[in-house]
Design a protein. Structure first.
Lengths: 115, 108
């Protein structure tokens, strides 16, 4: 198993550009989530999904969209990039739909800079 | 939502036990407590979780007080590779809330 993969590893955007961060997992996990981590801070939940076709907002959803058309993929879309979205983005997955008793597996992260 | 309080940093001598405390006094009765760590800039790594009882696995032990208001993660024989930021996280519904964690430095 490749586990949780994220692409790209690094990205530089100009203010106002849009882009999609890709996340895929090959473990048939139901639960997937996106976090951002700013320098010196802990991770903050952006959006999560408990299964294909089901998504919900986390702590900091503004400026981001998600969709979950398949179990494997959970892309994160930045609609109009802003410098405040400069961060490291982590995708995670876990087997269950509630997260209870399940460990989350994290991807290696995407380092995004918005100028 | 349960909030946690952890010391910002700790040191531990290599080979000694590292005891990392976490206060989660507002945790509700059905919220699990999870511990993750993050080594440098990598994605967080799961360590252990518990609800009421103490737990042990190959990486660590988790001691939860009877009133569930605090817990302690124990790394029994710390190595240099255990240098990382350790997060104590209550699971609230479907959401994990990471705080700023404890930066553990293992000293040779």
């Amino acid at each position: 198993n490749a586990g949780v993969t994220q692409t790209p590893k690094f990205q530089v955007l100009k203010t106002g550009q849009s882009m999609t961060l890709q996340c895929a997992q090959d473990m048939n996990h139901e639960y997937m989530s996106w976090y951002r981590q700013d320098p010196g801070m802990g991770l903050r939940l952006i959006h999560y999904s408990v299964g294909a076709g089901i998504t919900d907002q986390g702590e900091v959803p503004n400026g981001y969209n998600v969709s979950r058309s398949t179990t494997e993929d959970f892309p994160l879309r930045l609609l109009s990039a802003a410098p405040s979205q400069t961060s490291v983005y982590f995708c995670a997955s876990s087997p269950g739909t509630s997260g209870r008793g399940d460990e989350q597996y994290f991807g290696p992260g995407t380092r995004l800079t918005v100028t | 939502d349960a909030k946690t309080t952890q010391p910002p940093s700790m040191d531990c001598a290599e080979g000694r036990a590292a005891n990392l405390p976490c206060n989660h006094s507002t945790i509700s009765g059905n919220e699990y407590v999870y511990w993750y760590r993050q080594i440098h800039s990598q994605g967080p790594q799961y360590i252990i979780h518990g609800l009421k009882n103490n737990e042990t696995n190959e990486m660590a032990s988790l001691i939860i007080t009877e009133d569930r208001k605090s817990s302690t993660l124990i790394l029994p024989h710390a190595t240099l590779r255990d240098t990382a930021v350790y997060y104590c996280i209550p699971l609230t519904g479907n959401q994990f809330y990471f705080g700023t964690g404890t930066s553990l430095t293992v000293i040779p």
